[in-house]
Design a protein around this ligand. Structure first.
Ligand code: SF4
Length: 366
């Protein structure tokens, strides 16, 4: 079984993504079993502590102030409100609370002090605390670390090439700079992206190149399927086929063997069978609760029923990703790098997808 590699190329990753489905699933499940307990899934609860009114223009996001969506904005929640929600999340099986604020960047002052107090409060509940607050300076990352922050989420969203088609108010490099600032503290990194935004397969692979070549790789990588929200520029995007999610999860698992691959937005559009395939392909964390910041998510009871059906157990807090259990066993399952795939997915060649994507990018989804 290969160790964490930091020199994946776009070609190698595309080669993995396009393998025949059964081969891809087998390889991803083999890597997954070497590094993780396949019957354990980490459960996080995402809490929007400050909703709406964001000055950024992320094309997928209903919280951007410039788009006309149904989102009801709210000011920063109070510490007791957050504590009450965290206790509810813990009682329903979550080991992590992730607090999201619709800010471009963190500003020092009373609001940041309030967030620091939220972090301390949840930490005392023996839960992992994550924040997603926008861009951070090194000093702010350090202050969050001192308050007991476990993880900071800052998604790359897509490839560097496609980034400017999705967001114009900041650059891909800004994202990498914040991730770098988080890395300088002892806070773990959560960073992933969204598929279904009109990107090409090369963009999907490009995003995984950017994430997997970080050293160390992110401890958590959320893979989201776009939830197209009315009023956003991406309102008319077609839903992501489940097979694309399975391929993306499996490829992420193979190139980032130790990371927690998080099956994130878009689960309401997936069957239990589809989600089960994603778990088999290496997804080992989900967000619980009926809302993901502002978009719908399955009810906790439904998720727990799915866990019972599949024999999955929620992971306890503060469990580190284990080292490989077997060094030899996976090697034969992985096709040597550089060897060409024997098959290309029928009807889904890279060129074909590129052509479809080019049409979508120019507003013609036909
Ligand atoms: S994704 Fe975050 S930064 Fe972008 S518009 Fe939404 S809240 Fe703002």
């Amino acid at each position: 079984m290969s160790e964490e590699r930091h020199n994946w190329t776009q070609e190698e990753i595309l080669d993995i993504y396009n393998r025949p489905m059964m081969e891809l699933l087998y390889e991803a499940a083999t890597v997954h079993r070497a590094y993780h307990d396949p019957n354990t899934v980490q459960v996080s609860t995402l809490l929007s502590i400050k909703t709406g009114g964001c000055p950024e223009d992320c094309g997928y996001c209903p919280q951007a102030a410039r788009y006309h969506t149904d989102i009801e904005g709210n000011d920063l929640m109070t510490v007791p409100q957050v504590k009450a929600q965290a206790l509810r999340a813990k009682a329903s099986g979550s080991s992590r609370v992730c607090m999201g604020a619709a800010w471009r960047n963190v500003k020092d002052g009373p609001e940041f002090d309030q967030v620091l107090e939220m972090v301390r409060t949840i930490n005392k509940l023996d839960m992992e605390v994550c924040c997603t607050l926008g861009m951070l300076t090194e000093n702010q990352a350090q202050r969050l670390a001192e308050a007991g922050l476990y993880a900071y989420n800052h998604n790359l969203d897509t490839s560097e090439d496609y980034y400017k088609d999705v967001i114009s108010t900041r650059a891909f490099k800004d994202r990498l700079d914040t991730i770098d600032n988080v890395r300088k503290s002892n806070v773990t990194v959560c960073s992933g992206g969204i598929i279904g935004m009109g990107e090409s397969l090369k963009d999907r692979a490009g995003m995984l190149v950017a994430l997997s070549t970080l050293n160390p790789q992110p401890e958590s990588v959320p893979i989201n399927a776009l939830v197209a929200v009315e009023g956003t520029p991406m309102e008319d995007m077609e839903p992501v086929p489940i097979w694309d999610m399975v391929r993306m999860v499996a490829t992420t698992r193979i190139v980032m063997p130790k990371t927690q691959v998080r099956l994130s937005a878009g689960r309401t559009g997936m069957s239990r069978e589809g989600q089960a395939l994603c778990f088999f392909a290496g997804a080992n964390s989900i967000f619980a609760g009926d809302k993901l910041l502002t978009t719908p998510n399955p009810d906790v009871g439904e998720d727990m029923e799915m866990f019972r059906m599949l024999g999955l157990t929620p992971q306890k807090a503060f469990v580190k990703a284990p080292q490989p259990k077997t060094v030899e066993s996976g090697e034969s399952a992985l096709r040597p790098l550089g060897e060409k795939p024997r098959w290309t997915r029928p009807g889904h060649s890279i060129e074909r997808n590129e052509a479809a994507t080019a049409r979508t990018r120019h507003g013609d989804p036909s």
